[in-house]
Design a protein around this ligand. Structure first.
Ligand SMILES: [Zn+2]
Length: 353
């Protein structure tokens, strides 16, 4: 059965849906689909059919949304959960997709005919072309507990990055197109802006606007830069799909350099990086008061086991991010959700499509 024959009423063309403001910096493909941050995007060759493990590593390192590439701040991190899978989700779950903002997940549910493509569960051939389950559940977690390389069930012999999500706080169960639209439109009305500092802006710009003259996916150079500031210590990263290029002999300096920087962070200030991605990574790293929890964990775990030739440990200063909650944004969202629940109680329940 062709996929087109299954295009359900549930999906709308991207031109029919007002996108969230936070997607406004994304490039758009000829059909109008925003080019999300985790798909391969060599200039002129954007592939919605797969996930880039290199880009997944970049969003994990900087703690960015897999759709819009902006940071999470105080917002929950959302994952698409299939049909009955939600029964198995306790308070945590490990999945091969990078998390996204709530509004980005709800938008994807609007324009994507299948939860399996192009916005979620990409690169999973078992699910490609499968019919979307009747019920789509989005699950919002308070934190990304860890990210690690894991032997893929579907891509034999190669690891993929897995995200361990923790502390399930909220879910959206979308049973019909009308339901999905209503929840999305509520989220759109209460969308809050995410302000970036200069260093964050540089990272987002590089990731979302590959320069045609470079003629390569900026995700590649950015993954290399992510490795040196700490992604090299992501468990089993060397076996992850696409990472071989960073271990091959002519490129073998990435991992030793990362270790060197862990022992001598002062080298970062001294280094003069010509490459934009490396300069941006180092300047971002040096200007953070706190590192994202995942990156911090990679570095602390490495510091526990690594020793220099004199047997000394790396001088790691713990830079744990404080829990920041945007109370005003949270209040606004709660109010909007309460209004929605009220409307539903009044008999305006989700219609069947
Ligand atoms: Zn987002």
């Amino acid at each position: 059965m062709s996929r087109d024959s299954l295009i359900p009423k549930a999906s709308r063309r991207p031109t029919e849906v007002t996108p969230p403001a936070r997607l406004s910096h994304l490039q758009v493909d000829p059909r109008g689909y925003p080019i999300i941050s985790v798909i391969p995007q060599q200039p002129g060759d954007v592939d919605f059919g797969v996930l880039s493990e290199k880009r997944k590593l970049v969003v994990a390192t900087y703690d960015l949304c897999a759709v819009c590439a902006l940071p999470f701040r105080d917002e929950l991190r959302w994952q698409v959960i299939f049909g009955e899978e939600i029964q198995k989700v306790d308070s945590s779950v490990a999945v091969p997709e990078a998390p996204v903002h709530e509004i980005c997940a709800l938008y994807a549910a609007q324009v994507c005919p299948y939860v399996s493509s192009p916005y979620a569960r990409l690169g999973d051939p078992y699910r490609k072309g499968q019919r979307r389950p009747e019920t789509l559940t989005l699950a919002g977690f308070a934190s990304t507990a860890s990210v690690f390389g894991y032997a893929s069930d579907v891509q034999k012999g190669e690891n993929v990055l897995v995200y361990e999500m923790a502390d399930l706080r909220r879910t959206h169960t979308l049973v019909s197109a009308d339901d999905a639209r209503e929840v999305y439109e509520t989220a759109l009305r209460t969308e809050t802006a995410i302000e970036l500092d200069d260093q964050e802006r540089r990272i987002v710009d590089l990731l979302c606007n590959p320069l045609p003259e470079n003629n390569e996916d900026s995700g590649t150079a950015m993954a290399g830069a992510a490795l040196i500031i700490g992604a090299a210590f992501c468990p089993d990263i060397r076996q992850v799909q696409g990472m071989k290029m960073f271990t091959e002999s002519h490129n073998s300096h990435y991992f030793p350099f990362a270790t060197n920087l862990l022992f001598k962070p002062e080298l970062m200030a001294a280094a003069d990086f010509e490459d934009d991605s490396f300069a941006a990574a180092v300047s971002w790293f040096q200007t953070r008061e706190n590192l994202p929890a995942v990156l911090e964990k990679w570095r602390l775990d490495a510091a526990r086991t690594l020793r220099d030739p004199q047997g000394r440990r790396p001088p790691i200063a713990r830079r744990q991010a404080p829990v920041v909650r945007d109370d005003e944004a949270i209040r606004k969202r709660h109010e909007a959700e309460a209004r929605l629940r009220k409307q539903r109680k009044k008999g305006k329940g989700p219609s069947q499509s």
